[in-house]
Design a protein around this ligand. Structure first.
Ligand code: ADP
Ligand code: MG
Length: 373
């Protein structure tokens, strides 16, 4: 279980104080895979550095399995860090050591006898699908294989949490898929709690149970994938279910219609959209199933004068409709956040708590509140 409570990080620079993390509250339950996405400068790297205590937070708690690492003195911190395994975008393996020796290295540093460390390394290489490559040197391995060695090494000290910082950004998409499958397998077989920091929504779509959107040092939206995709018009819903490009030169007003096939028949929605009148046309659209929800998103173009009528007709039918080109402000995103977590099981402080969507035996899904201001 990872819990962040009121996490704050300020940097003092010549130009003044930079607030990189502005009160982060987040709870990731045991054995869940949680994604953190956000634009460049949002605070993702700072968050990872604070989680591993490479960077001391200015305020707030960083709890791993209930223990606040931020409150520990340096010496104790060193022994507690083994609870956290790290996987980076660029694996820093020792070129002069074999794959097996690289994986065994953290164990050797902790004083494990050579034979025991070697046996454990062999087991881990087997887990990541490299049982027969233990004697290879990094230069003899592909990028994907080196990343596998990095994952095996991260698991050597038996962490309860795996932090992945852009684990696949340096890989091609086919290799990325394999690495993500491996992270998922490790999560399932070892019951590790995984936090994946990424700028790629495709990564979130493939492996994450829940996701948080970070912007300007705050969590602006957070929750299980299934809840995010049905929070129509929200930033994460739009990012998780992207629309294909619409025709160039479309000049009319753009409206975006969203629905779930649990509430509407696709046939009825399409009929309604095509019967809106001669000055209205479907520009682009998608029907996609994610986290068990089949969600439809359509963008339609209509003459400016017809907008009130068209919106009225769509809303009367119960569909969610927004002006597609309207600017998405942070306030907008915040006002759409789901309510506070139900019941006493989750402390109020753990706003932004998320459940493992669709995971058997996972915790119930308290809604993410997300924003601490
Ligand atoms: P991301 O990884 O999402 O791109 P970062 O965590 O790197 O974002 O940065 C968040 C903000 O904090 C940025 O405005 C960045 O300039 C600032 N920042 C990060 N590290 C430092 C530092 N060591 N000193 C001063 N400002 C920093
Ligand atoms: Mg970064």
């Amino acid at each position: 279980m990872i819990e962040l409570v009121g996490l704050r990080k300020e940097f003092t620079t010549k130009a003044g104080v930079v607030t990189a993390l502005d009160g982060i509250d987040l709870a990731v339950p045991d054995a869940a895979i949680h994604g953190i996405v956000g634009p460049s400068g949002a605070g993702k790297s700072t968050l990872i550095r604070c989680l591993t205590l490479l960077e001391r937070p200015t305020a707030g708690e960083v709890k791993i399995d209930g223990e606040d690492l931020a409150a520990l003195p340096q010496r104790q911190l060193r022994t507690q860090r083994h609870r956290i395994g790290m996987v980076f975008q660029h694996v820093n393996l020792f070129d002069s050591r074999t794959a097996e020796a690289n994986v065994a290295y953290p164990l050797r540093v902790c004083g494990a006898p050579k034979r025991q460390a070697g046996a454990r390394a062999h087991e881990l290489l087997e887990l990541v699908g490299l049982a027969d490559r233990g004697r290879s040197y990094p230069a003899q391995l592909s990028g994907g294989q080196r990343q596998r060695v990095g994952i095996a090494r991260a698991l050597a000290a038996e962490p309860s949490v795996l932090l992945c910082d852009e684990p696949s950004s340096a890989l091609d998409w086919a290799t990325t898929r394999q690495i993500l499958e491996l992270i998922q397998r490790v999560n399932r077989t070892l019951g590790l709690t995984v936090l994946v920091i990424t700028h790629e929504m495709a990564v979130v779509r493939q492996v994450c149970d829940s996701v948080s959107l970070l912007a300007e040092g705050r969590i602006v939206q957070s929750g299980p994938i299934g809840e995010m995709v049905t929070d129509y018009g929200s930033p994460l819903a739009r990012e998780l279910i992207p629309l294909a490009a619409r025709p160039v030169g479309a000049a009319g007003a753009q409206l975006e219609v969203s629905f779930s096939s649990a509430d509407f028949s696709v046939r009825d929605v399409l009929r309604l959209l095509t019967d809106l009148g001669p000055d209205t046309a479907i520009e682009t659209g998608t029907l996609e199933t994610l986290a068990g929800h089949r969600v439809g998103r359509f963008q339609i173009e209509t003459a400016a004068a017809a907008v009130p009528r068209v919106i009225g007709q769509l809303e009367a039918a119960g569909l969610h409709v927004i002006a597609a080109d309207q600017p998405k402000t942070q306030d907008d995103a915040v006002s759409r956040l789901p309510g506070p977590p139900p019941g006493p099981a989750v402390p109020r402080a753990a706003a932004g708590a998320v459940g493992g969507a669709g995971r058997p035996g996972g915790a119930p899904n308290p809604d993410g509140e997300g924003v601490a201001s």
